[in-house]
Design a protein around this ligand. Structure first.
Ligand SMILES: [Zn+2]
Length: 193
């Protein structure tokens, strides 16, 4: 949440002392609200980190995430890749799914994400698709690499031309596939996202 700013109406020239007091009060209120805001953000992050700790104790990976709208937690996610045999069950993706189910929307543009670690390329993609407003993270990609969760190779793959990537990619049935896109283009009642 952004700090609240107030418009100061300056009094006449002869009352400069009053103007100074008003200015001091306004500055104090702005710094105070930034402080309170930061404290709230840290509380959300600490909660995400606690969830990651508990997940490690319960057989999951050391990652968790929260989706927050205003002051409310609207989605929670923990890493359940090995527990659920699901390579997409990262904390951020599961938190986005939970928030979207709870809010009954595919658009989280008024929400922030608090993730215990910087998002991997898959989660970063999901965050952008969900139009999340701000990413707060605890650990960095380098911290994760130090405990053998290194996703830098995926970022490097994205930068390479398709023919140079580690997993071969081959185009098939392109004309038929385009038919689906024509079907979509011609549809008059579609929801763009
Ligand atoms: Zn991820």
């Amino acid at each position: 949440m952004l700090p609240s700013y107030r418009v100061i109406v300056l009094p006449p020239q002869e009352n400069l002392e009053g103007a100074k007091t008003l200015y001091m009060r306004a500055s104090f209120m702005i710094s105070f609200s930034i402080f309170v805001d930061m404290e709230k953000r840290e509380q959300f992050m600490l909660e995400a980190i606690e969830m990651a700790d508990n997940n490690v104790r319960n057989g999951g990976g050391p990652f968790a995430a929260l989706i927050v709208r205003g002051d409310q937690i609207v989605g929670r996610g923990i890493n359940r890749v090995t527990a659920n045999n699901d390579p997409t069950a990262h904390g951020e993706v599961t938190a986005i799914r939970d928030a979207c189910a709870n809010l009954k929307t595919y658009d989280l543009s008024d929400c922030d994400i608090y993730t215990s670690c910087e998002p991997c390329p898959m989660c970063l993609g999901a965050i952008y698709w969900a139009h999340i407003r701000h990413i707060y993270y605890g650990n960095t990609q380098q911290d994760a690499a130090e405990i053998n969760f290194d996703d830098s190779h995926i970022y490097r793959q994205i930068e390479r031309p398709i023919g140079d990537r580690a997993i071969p990619e081959t185009r098939l049935c392109s004309e038929r596939a385009k038919g689906t896109f024509r079907l979509w283009s011609d549809k008059t009642d579609k929801i763009l996202y």
